[in-house]
Design a protein around this ligand. Structure first.
Ligand code: ARG
Ligand code: ZN
Length: 892
């Protein structure tokens, strides 16, 4: 019996069939290049025909005599010919991943015809159907599911694409570039031919066909060219396009004024689709967006959604230069385009909104989510050296840490020199597929800086930790600051070398409350300076320090590190009021709250009575009573560190103690400062028509932060105010905030009817239903898991739609920590069940949604074994390479 079982398991996953990694060190130039492609799509849902004519020639750098190998998956080959001659069976080979022609001539015209099945494509990679509309997602390796092709970013070709479809059901036929011909065909069909004059890799190919309508606008570029801008949506969504169009024009102008980059086609199109794995995709001239990242309306989208749309529209647009004109040589270089483009979109959003708040948001996100990734089993360098499934590498490390590295370069060089480096990069490598080293090389060349050590940021995984110590020498009027750096071991990288870390510092005089003038090694630095930490340990001696200072370290979060300094609570309260660096003022408040939270977490674990730290109360009282010069920053200052961030600081995460401690602080503050919060709430109400302006967003945020404190103690007046705010139905930000607070409270008699009314009213709008799902499954009450199960049966839910999965399952597992980590293991079991179902439906989403389970090392033994048991249960399935790679790492 047991023997049979072993052999059966062996059959499910034979050792030699385990997916194999690809290595950066094995990079070889392609054997053939493609100069031009002609594609023809005959669109039929379950049987689309794709004819491809590839103009191929041997690559000058390729080794001679190599066979022609084209990538291709899930393609049914119908015809193959070289230079018009059909190939015989012996002249080519096809397996499940490729087509090989052993004796290809040096120059050829290869014609293939394949059949594909978009209707059954639930992975949403390649050509698929979303609400009856055809669309594509080719990055990173989806094009090989459309036709046989050298599907790698260093093969760039011009594309000419003819799309044929049914005139009635597919009136709109789009692809990259410009439409050059269109016409009617027999049997109620029609066609459009598109030509893209810019050579591009296959991952930037796009096609869309469906019943779509457009809004159109124009943009005149800096050299006076007229560009037509089109936003294509399903007819019902036409009223949700204003903000994206406005954001697009703002982004186009910003890229001209800030980076000198102009758009290069006559037409720029954005299409909104409902089923999409990520946020959006920068296909040349035809960006395809997850509808959640492009559609907004004051009644349906929150301020956060408006800001996300602005950021994503800009991000994809900016890729036209940082990604499309200059692209990646191979996928190990992914951060070349993503890190740089995230840095660019962050800067854009900072310019459009509150810059300090944008920085606070980005750093909070990095410090919770990316730091956790960097400390977990899937940690990898920003330039990875191997992967099994590239889709698993669209990570916070590649994107957000990558952006921090570019930001450090900008800070090291100064903006003007950095801009010169950027100009050189775009000019030198225009039309090429290049590496991260090429980018950094331009920065080194224009600045004359030696970036050799700095490059370790790209090759070493893990978050560096800096231990800082300071001493003031009264007699000498010197301040000695010692910084010691260490990067913890990560999988495959046991030993780390010291990094070049820019640490921006100020010394704030304890008497004056002002930044002291800094002198370091006889050099006057002004009111702040950047220390270059290169050694494992370095001491910096500041001279002529007239009074005892409190150091303000890592200003603006000048490097993505964890910096520890033995600040006392007095020091932090002092920095909270006196630090001239807005970011560090906020961070001092976070550190102060963390000290109090640490004590309360310990008290909770030891069953000791919790006592609120009076300094935190006084700091909050001060914030609430000083006139706010920046409401947006004030709202951030009044927000406690998230449970996820607190968890990051704990050696062993105690989810219940963290939740209890944080609730205790919220309730204590609300109790003592009740009238101040109430006054703040009232002062920030407004009847003005909704606008996603920085001022309005800040007021709403402040008002809803105040309401959240008041609701934490279930203040009767606050409950009534929340109910009124919901009923007033002024905008989704306020409605959602009020409804969330009520649903998260114990007052179900008030909340339930409102929740039902909301669900009914918006049943037709999936993006609003996503919010309805999320706000219910994040409630702290013990019934949250039952709600998840119940809502998974709701007609508006579907495992096939990634937005639904994220809104329901992702929100529960990622944001409802107390319930996901239930001690009966039911939260873990539910997530594992979903992962197993998605493993066949949509492996990319399965491999992402599993993340919370992979962090088992961080919890107590009971939870560890429960989580591992679920990972083992997943491992016993027949796994996609995506899930296989993540599970193997998690259990390694
Ligand atoms: N390049 C896109 C962006 O950064 C992301 C596309 C990722 N696609 C994927 N299937 N992983 O906006
Ligand atoms: Zn991107």
């Amino acid at each position: 019996m047991s023997d049979t079982r072993i052999s059966e398991e062996a059959e499910i996953k034979p050792v030699d069939a385990a997916p194999q990694p690809v290595y950066l060190k094995d990079y070889q130039p392609p054997a053939f290049r493609v100069t031009h492609v002609e594609l023809k799509f005959d669109l039929v849902p379950a049987a689309t025909r794709v004819t491809a004519v590839l103009h191929l020639e041997r690559h000058p750098d390729g080794a001679p005599g190599q066979p022609l190998v084209l990538d291709g998956e899930r393609l049914s080959l119908k015809r193959i010919a070289i230079d018009g001659q059909e190939l015989g069976e012996s002249e080519y080979r096809v397996d499940d991943a490729s087509l090989t022609i052993p004796d290809a001539p040096d120059r050829l015209r290869l014609e293939t015809e394949v059949e594909i099945d978009p209707a059954s494509n639930t992975a949403l990679e390649g050509l698929y159907l979303s609400n009856g509309m055809f669309c594509t997602q080719c990055e990173a390796q989806g094009f090989r599911r459309i036709t046989f092709y050298p599907d790698r970013p260093d093969v760039m070709a011009t594309f000419s694409t003819t799309v044929i479809g049914d005139s009635a059901s597919l009136p709109v036929l789009l692809s990259n570039g410009n439409p050059v011909e269109r016409g009617e065909l027999p049997y109620g069909r029609h066609f459009v031919t598109w030509e893209d004059p810019h050579p591009k890799p296959s991952y930037l190919f796009a096609l869309v066909a469906g019943k779509l309508e457009k809004v159109e606008d124009r943009f005149t570029t800096m050299s006076g060219r007229e560009v037509t801008l089109q936003l294509w949506v399903e007819p019902a969504n036409l009223e949700k396009t204003d903000h994206a169009m406005r954001s697009l024009k703002a982004a186009m102008e910003w890229d001209e004024t800030t980076y000198g980059r102009e758009y290069d086609l006559d037409l720029f199109m954005i299409v909104a689709v409902d089923d999409f794995n990520m946020g959006a995709m920068e296909n040349k001239g035809l960006n395809i967006f997850n509808s959640a990242a492009v559609l907004t309306h004051p009644q349906t989208a929150t301020d956060a959604a408006f800001q996300r749309v602005e950021g994503v529209v800009a991000h994809e647009y900016f890729h036209n230069w940082s990604g499309n004109r200059v692209t990646c040589r191979d996928w190990f270089q992914l951060s070349l385009k993503e890190g740089f483009t995230v840095f660019r979109d962050q800067s854009f959003s900072a310019d459009m909104n509150s810059a300090p708040v944008k920085r606070i948001e980005d750093v909070s996100f990095l410090r919770t989510a990316q730091f956790a990734e960097d400390a977990g089993p899937t940690a990898h360098p920003v330039q990875p050296d191997h992967y099994i499934e590239i889709s698993n590498f669209y990570t916070l490390t590649i994107y957000e840490k990558g952006a921090e590295i570019v930001r450090m370069l900008r800070n090291l060089l100064g903006w003007e020199t950095f801009r010169k480096g950027s100009d050189l990069y775009f000019e030198r490598f225009d039309g090429q597929a290049v590496t991260i080293e090429d980018f950094a090389g331009c920065m080194a060349e224009v600045s004359g800086l030696d970036l050799d050590q700095f490059m370790r940021w790209y090759s070493q995984a893990g978050t560096p930790e800096i231990d800082a110590h300071g001493e003031y020498d009264y007699a000498r009027a010197e301040y000695h600051l010692t910084l010691r750096q260490r990067t913890p071991a990560t999988p495959g990288q046991p030993d780390k070398l010291p990094l070049h870390i820019p640490v921006r510092v100020g010394l704030v005089g304890t008497k004056s409350g002002e930044d002291l003038t800094l002198t370091l090694d006889g050099e006057a630095l002004g009111k702040e300076g950047v220390l270059h930490l290169r050694e494992e340990e370095q001491t910096f001696v500041f001279t002529d320090v007239a009074e005892a200072p409190v150091p303000s370290l890592l200003r603006g979060f000048s490097a993505p590190v964890k910096l520890r300094f033995p600040y006392g609570r007095e020091d932090l309260a002092f920095l909270l009021t006196h630090d001239s660096d807005g970011f560090n003022r906020w961070d001092a408040g976070q550190r102060l709250a963390m000290l109090a939270l640490d004590d309360l977490i310990a008290a909770h674990r030891n069953g000791v009575e919790k006592v609120m730290d009076a300094r935190v109360v006084e700091a909050f009282r001060g914030l609430l009573n000083e006139p706010a010069d920046d409401k947006a920053v004030l709202a951030e200052m009044l927000t406690l560190p998230s449970e996820a961030y607190i968890a990051e600081q704990q050696p062993v995460v105690d989810v219940d103690a963290i939740h209890a401690a944080r609730e205790f602080v919220r309730q204590s503050l609300a109790t003592v400062l009740r009238d101040d919060f109430m006054a703040l709430y009232r002062a920030n109400r407004s009847e003005a028509p909704y606008a996603p302006s920085a001022e309005q967003i800040a007021s709403r945020r402040l008002k809803n932060v105040a309401l959240a404190y008041l609701m934490s103690i279930e203040d009767e007046e606050a409950i009534e105010l929340a109910r009124q705010q919901f009923e007033a139905d002024h905008n989704m930000t306020d409605v959602r905030a009020a409804l969330t607070l009520l649903v998260h409270s114990s007052r179900s008699a008030v909340a339930d009817p409102l929740l039902r009314a909301f669900g009914k009213k918006w049943a037709h709008d999936p993006l609003v239903m996503d919010q309805w799902f999320s706000l219910q499954v994040t409630r702290p009450q013990a019934d949250a898991l039952d709600r998840v199960k119940y809502l998974m049966e709701h007609p508006a839910f579907s495992l096939k739609n990634p937005n639904r999965v994220r809104a329901l399952i992702g929100a529960f597992a990622g944001q409802n920590r107390v319930n996901f980590h239930r001690l009966d293991g039911e939260g873990y079991r539910l997530l594992a069940d979903v992962v197993i179902a998605l493993n066949t439906l949509n492996p990319e989403i399965a491999a992402r949604i599993i993340t919370p389970l992979t962090r088992w090392q961080r919890y107590d033994e009971t939870r560890q074994s429960l989580m591992k048991a679920e990972l083992e249960r997943i491992r016993a399935e027949e796994l996609s390479p995506n899930v296989y790679e993540v599970v193997e790492k998690a259990l390694a």
